[in-house]
Design a protein around this ligand. Sequence first.
Ligand SMILES: [Zn+2]
Length: 413
Amino acid sequence: MASNLDHLRIDPDRMLAAFNELSQIGATGDGGVDRPTFSEAHLAARKWFRDQIEKTGLEFHTDGAGNHSASLPCGPKASPTLLLGSHLDSVPKGGRFDGALGVMAAFEVLRTVKDAGLKLKVNLEAIDFTDEEGTLVGLLGSGALTGRIDRDLLLSPRGGRQSLEEGLRRAVLSDDSVLAAARQKNTLAGYLELHIEQGKRLERTGINIGIVSAIVGISSYRLTFTGRADHAGTTTMQDRLDASQGASAFILSAREIVIKEFPDCVVNIGKMELIPGAFNIIPARAELWLEFRGPNEKEFTRLDTALIECARNEARRFGLELKTDFLGKHSPTPMSAGPQKAFMDACDTLRLTHTPLVSGAGHDGQSFADICPVGMIFVPSVEGASHAPREFTEWEDCVNGANVLLQAALRFP
Ligand SMILES: [Zn+2]
């Protein structure tokens, strides 16, 4: 029996046909897709997925957060469900693989198990999560399903309240329906996802599959350096309290600190504003948008302290005051041991090389931490390109990933 299952494979041509059809919805003409959450193209992709599910004789299911799924009751009665999935929304003018590949692979896994008439220990569900990319809220569908979305978050979402209201209306959903989408923990056996790497590590090393060990934590601050506005021509260099100097020194020091002391972390200052902002006035204020990411809580906390201390020191050095506004944090999410082991065994069965990787991007899997076992794999991204139309993964790699997902699901739990 076990060896029979070891030989089961997805149908690569069938998956390719579905993937190519999906890629046409919201296609930008240069290989990419433009499907922000609840845009016309995104709604069309969702409708297409629903039609595909119904055509194949799988059960279609949707919830108050607009998550769309195919389910296959292949487990014993009342057994929990193993979710396989990703997302069909994209960033504006994004690539056709990000998210879509994971949903199509999950769907193909269910079709393969259905065609083989297999009975497993769990039921299977292939799910398309709403708004993973954060056009409206970010991890909206997976967060709602795992009970992590509350009313406050819906009242001040990152995409703005008006966009959320309009979006929900277009999809015939509401705040109340989103909040009612939470499932009972004991109905979930686990969550597994296949995604493109969106980086160059697999390509560079020639390894087939990345088994995600953790999804990084992300923290953000607004830092305000305050000095004094003065005449830019008549004030000597020694007499200036120039906010831009302290802010710039911090940007360069932050880079040094991360490179030297935090090799697994990254820091980004994505925006800097100088006030009042004129040729002939010394900047009185500099506002910086700081974001940093780290793979485990200990490093992440240490980095937080180091960066804020660095900002204080640089402010002092230039005679400035520093104000720190903490804007929010997602803790690092370790992936569960069970799914990592299932993925490793699946790779070995398929004779595919694998390596542990930390995900530098956020994913729906984060929503499942502390809820049920969660695991994720990556397939190589050509040139590491992502969130752009040139995003590409060789079809052979997509098929490898889908087969690993299948074999891991067969081994679950
Ligand atoms: Zn994605």
